[in-house]
Write a protein that binds this ligand. Structure first.
Ligand code: SIN
Length: 362
């Protein structure tokens, strides 16, 4: 039954309207600017070249976080920004220890009430790996945005400043909350699970291929159109808070005329897991590769069949009898991301059924 509001209800609504008018929300969640911390790790975004036309052969990771922030005064209009230099490296030098350190710092900061979001400046070469690692271990719904650049800070049309502006805007936005770790370059927002670098030098290098990127940065705000259905951040079972190291997992690359030498070497080195970047649907060369992987599995090494193709599902029991051989398939994860999930899975279990479940969950 419809009832008319009484005078008290009308007065309360009038007061709420006045309160809203009196406190315009400038940006982010709640009144005022969002608080965004920038964690700098190096990369081309912090790189310098000999001249303004040097776009290859420059030195990555030379400019400190304070100068990165100073170079974009517009940041002050979209967030209260603080900077912290975590590393100063080219991202090919990123490793498991760096990831653990970075993840712990991100979790520590996001647990603070005065931090609304995090931006991580990073080299583009392994940005997708750091993003996926954090996507699995960050324990917060607050935004984490990883950003890089393809041109050094000294280059004509350096892409770092606008990328950093977009990243800070995104990290301070309400829209980004709960969307997992994101990678922003070239006005595009990509999800950590599916993004990959696809061009060695072009500014338009990041793709989520067939699964699609999440949205655009335009008009000083994010525009989201899709999301991954896979679990991330607060909804994962992984916890790095007490981890000092990660299990050794390596990748062997499949190709015509492949031999078993790398597989045997990794097993002899004590690897706990091997990701095989197979041809096609994760196929294993016979007689060289499949027997080597079967032997490795019998010695306790977890084998994940992935694919070097870049798109599509690696079918379980398709190109190998995975149930019989006790292998795991990577679903749609590329080999470098399958390696990350396998390392984290091995911190919880060595049961291949459980590990397969994780590959279908994350
Ligand atoms: C790096 O990944 O550190 C160098 C390349 C880049 O940032 O684009």
């Amino acid at each position: 039954m419809k009832t008319n509001p009484n005078c008290y209800q009308l007065f309360a609504a009038f007061c709420m309207g006045l309160a809203l008018l009196a406190s315009p929300v400038a940006f982010g969640r709640g009144p005022g600017l969002a608080n965004v911390t920038i964690l700098a790790t190096g990369g081309t975004i912090a790189g310098t070249g000999a001249t303004s036309t040097t776009t290859v052969g420059y030195t990555a990771a030379t400019v400190g976080v304070a100068r990165l922030i100073e170079a974009v005064p517009e940041l002050k209009k979209v967030a209260n920004v603080k900077g912290e230099q975590v590393f100063q490296i080219a991202s090919e030098n990123m490793n498991n220890d760096s990831w653990l350190k970075l993840a712990k710092r991100v979790n520590e900061l996001l647990a603070q009430d005065d931090v609304d979001g995090i931006v991580i400046t990073h080299g583009t070469d392994t940005i997708e790996e750091t993003a996926y690692f954090l996507n699995l271990v960050v324990k917060s719904r607050k935004p984490v945005v990883i950003v890089g650049a393809m041109r050094p800070s000294t280059a004509i049309s350096a892409d770092g400043p606008v990328n950093l502006y977009n990243a800070v805007t995104l990290a301070g936005s309400e829209e980004a909350v709960g969307k997992g770790v994101m990678v922003v370059l070239n006005d595009q927002i990509n999800g950590a699970r599916d993004v990959t670098k696809t061009n060695t030098a072009n500014a338009d290098t990041f793709r989520s291929w067939e699964l699609g990127f999440l949205g655009y940065m335009q008009d000083n705000r994010p525009h989201f159109y899709r999301l991954s259905t896979r679990k991330h951040t607060v909804d994962t079972e992984f916890d790095v808070s007490k981890l000092e190291s990660l299990p050794q997992v390596d990748i062997v690359y499949g190709y015509a005329n492949m031999n078993r030498i790398p597989i045997d070497a990794f097993v002899a080195a004590g690897d706990k897991g091997i990701v095989h970047a197979g041809v096609g649907d994760g196929s294993l060369a016979r007689p060289a590769v499949e027997p080597a992987l079967i032997e490795a599995r019998k010695k306790g090494v977890i084998i994940v069949r992935s694919s070097r193709v870049g798109n599509g599902i690696v079918a379980r029991n398709g190109e190998a009898k995975d149930d019989d051989l006790d292998f795991v398939v990577s679903d749609t994860l590329n080999p470098q991301k399958a390696r990350i999930l396998l390392m984290l899975a091995l911190t919880k279990t060595s049961d291949t059924k459980e590990i397969q479940r994780m590959f279908y969950t994350y």
